[in-house]
Design a protein around this ligand. Structure first.
Ligand code: IPE
Ligand code: IPE
Ligand code: MG
Length: 243
């Protein structure tokens, strides 16, 4: 008899890198007549669980969108609550990453965050750096356009400092200036809650990614839903411009 893991990963290709736009926390809470923050709390629990599930399903890289450069436009009390949750998430992850062997890396411009949050992010990245399990990227104050501008600026600075020449720039070299440098592009992007857009998430990296949209709200997302997305991925014919 096959074991469960083999069963789940044997038949179809499993995406190596999955990126997720975790959307619908607010609507989940509203449906239950709860404050929006209750949706974020449940959403962060689901994010924890999905890390485990993703790894057990054979996914190597998981990147989740936790807070966008546009999310600062939300009411201050919601932004504060999200930051508080991220703080707790980073602290808890320090313990969790040593238990489940995951390597955590935060992408986005973290310089705009509070000092103590930056500290716990750095600590988490440091303690988990040599872990060999799931490679987990969390996008915080992340905007794809912002990432491209920061990469362009860093390259321009290297040119100005005489370290690089403009004609050296290739897609591969430019990518080495990104927050996700060294990480393969996502194979599958999942967005929950029924919105059909990417909201400034990984525009460069998603250029050839397969997209899976589901009406399920993020706090209701689970391993079964993840499996559905993987099955969908397995049914796609990725041509990359060929025939
Ligand atoms: C996603 O849920 C979480 C974040 C953007 C931080 P939302 O808060 O966007 O939930 P909806 O879209 O309002 O339902
Ligand atoms: C995208 O969700 C950002 C995150 C999931 C962190 P939003 O809810 O902010 O996106 P829009 O506003 O619907 O495009
Ligand atoms: Mg939303």
């Amino acid at each position: 008899m096959k074991d469960k893991k083999t069963e789940e990963t044997s038949n179809k290709p499993v995406p190596r890198h999955v990126a997720i736009i975790m959307d619908g926390n607010g609507r989940w809470a509203k449906k239950r007549l709860l404050p929006r923050n209750a949706g974020h709390v449940q959403g962060s629990r689901v994010a924890e669980q999905i890390c485990e599930d993703a790894f057990n399903l054979g996914i190597e890289y998981l990147t989740i969108y936790a807070f966008s450069t546009e999310n600062w436009a939300r009411p201050k009390d919601e932004v504060d609550a999200l930051m508080k949750l991220l703080r707790k998430y980073m602290k808890d992850s320090i313990q969790r990453s040593s238990k489940n062997n995951m390597r955590v890396h935060v992408i986005g411009d973290i310089s705009a965050l509070d000092e103590d949050l930056i500290e716990s992010i750095k600590k988490l990245e440091e303690v988990s750096a040599s872990n060999t399990g799931l490679k987990f990227q969390v996008a915080i104050n992340y905007g794809g356009r912002d990432e491209i501008v920061r990469a362009a600026r860093a390259f321009a600075e290297d040119v100005a400092a005489g370290k690089r020449k403009p004609e050296e720039l290739s897609e591969a070299l430019f990518y080495s200036y990104f927050d996700t440098a060294g990480i393969p592009y996502p194979d599958l992007m999942i967005r929950t809650s029924g919105e059909l857009r990417t909201s400034n998430f990984l525009p460069w990296q998603l250029a050839y990614t397969e997209f899976y949209f589901t009406d399920v709200l993020w706090p209701d997302f689970n391993k079964k839903e993840l499996q559905k997305a993987i099955d969908y991925y397995g049914s796609r014919d990725r041509r990359f411009g060929g025939v």
